[in-house]
Design a protein around this ligand. Structure first.
Ligand code: NAD
Ligand code: 3PG
Length: 391
């Protein structure tokens, strides 16, 4: 029986599936075989010896020590696209809030709610809260993955002109985009041409600070910046100055921190992008499904530190799951140990990602503890699991 520890609240639509399958939940993170997590910061937490996997019910994995996990043979999963619709809707909402002073108008009504003349006064006051329309404006979308592509398509439907920038866009993702989206290969071209710029890239060493003082200086005067990706993408000091002097008209962000919360002309939300029932259920179901497939079958889908492996469900025999360095000779040595143990290899898959590799071998025959020990002792092998079919 596998033990799961939840680092955050995870939708019961997902966790119930684990309970129904006989999994146990533990409050003790160090005793768990796997962790389910949303945004809890795992960088400072010790990774227990027995931890096999971390499943992030969501997209961003900058809260997880992905490389350290890979070195230990701990598979990290995320749930690509499972919360994209929720974020897209909030981004469009953020853009509309920047177009018109909806918040100011609603606050005015609240402040005047006891005034019997409110209806008449509202007609006079409303000119303070007017604005402009999104249709016809040019919006730059940085990052055209699950969220960025949905935002770009929605903006086209709303009548905006859209420029997209994503140097790593896959051909399939490019085909899926509305053909009216102008694909630019120069970020500066997008920054200088757009009325709105919206960020949809992961937080990585490459993207940190990508909206630098220089990038801000290239933006159109009076442009609006939206950040529903991560706060570290933006040089917040430079942005605060640009908001003060009006170079940037509005900053709409999902990341409240001491800097953003005090910015002039900013609309700051408490990380609400994925906080809909639908998105939470989707993410939990996907995370749990991937976790089960790995724990019970050794298969890996949507991992951010190991490649995809799919030998289907394990029905007979057993599987040997090996994490090892991606170097010459490992597979030969592993096959020799398996053969010497009298096991027959029925099926096998090997994938590598950078320095790390994963090999899943389906065997028939009795897998003794000595086989696992012999495999674990091989050079360059980090971890060995023996997986048997559920009885
Ligand atoms: N506010 C929220 O609640 C919320 C919810 C989900 C995701 N997010 C954030 O949004 C990010 C994107 O989510 P997603 O689901 O679209 O991820 P995704 O992986 O589907 O898309 C990310 C895209 O960014 C592109 N990219 C990477 N580096 C780039 C660069 N330097 N310049 C331009 N493009 C680059 C990738 O090629 C990819 O297409 C997540 O990593 C997370 O940080 C926030
Ligand atoms: O990367 C994500 O998926 C989002 O930032 C959502 O984070 P949350 O699950 O903590 O709401």
């Amino acid at each position: 029986m596998y033990r799961i520890h939840c680092m955050n609240n995870i939708s019961t639509v997902g966790t119930d599936r684990l309970a129904e399958a006989g999994y146990a939940f533990t409050d003790d993170a160090s005793a768990a075989d796997a962790w389910l997590v949303r945004s809890a910061n795992l960088h400072e937490i010790e990774l227990p010896e027995g931890l096999l996997a971390v499943a992030r019910a969501g997209a961003g994995v900058n809260n997880i020590p992905v490389e350290r996990c890979a070195e230990r043979g701990i598979v990290v999963f995320n749930t690509p696209g499972a919360n994209a619709n929720a974020v897209k809707e909030l981004v469009i909402c953020g853009m509309l809030l920047a177009c018109r002073d909806v918040i100011g108008g609603a606050e005015w009504v609240h402040a005047n709610s006891d005034d019997p003349e409110i209806a008449k006064k509202a007609e006079k006051a409303k000119k303070r809260f007017g604005g402009f329309e999104l249709a016809g404006r040019r919006v730059g979308v940085i990052g055209l993955g699950a969220i960025g592509s949905e935002v770009a398509d929605a903006l086209i439907a709303l009548g905006a002109e859209v420029m997209g920038y994503d140097p790593y866009l896959s051909i399939n993702a490019a085909w899926a985009l509305d053909r009216r989206i102008e694909h630019v290969t120069d970020l500066n071209q997008l920054l200088s041409a757009c009325d709105f710029v919206t960020l949809h890239v992961p937080a990585t060493p490459d993207t940190r600070g990508m909206i630098s003082a220089d990038a801000i200086s290239r933006m159109r005067p009076g442009a609006v910046l939206l950040n529903f990706a991560r706060d570290v993408l933006v040089d917040e000091q430079a942005l605060a100055e640009a908001l003060d002097d009006g170079k940037v008209a509005r900053y709409v962000t999902d990341f409240a921190n001491p800097a953003s919360a005090n910015m002039k002309n900013a609309i700051v939300l408490p990380h609400l992008g994925a906080s809909t029932g639908e998105a939470e259920d989707n993410c939990a179901v996907m995370a749990v499904g991937q976790l089960r497939d790995y724990l019970e079958n050794g298969n890996i889908a949507n991992s951010v530190n190991y490649g995809r492996v799919d030998l289907g469900p394990l029905v007979q025999g057993a599987r040997l799951a090996l994490f090892h360095q991606n170097v010459q000779g490992v597979i030969g040595r592993v096959s020799q140990v398996v053969a010497d143990s009298g096991l027959n290899i029925e099926n096998m898959s090997n994938v590598s990602r950078g320095a790390d590799a994963y090999t899943l071998i389906e065997v028939t025959g009795e897998v003794g503890e000595d086989v696992q020990a012999s495999l674990a002792e091989l050079p360059d092998v980090r971890r060995v699991r023996v997986i048997c079919p559920a009885s």
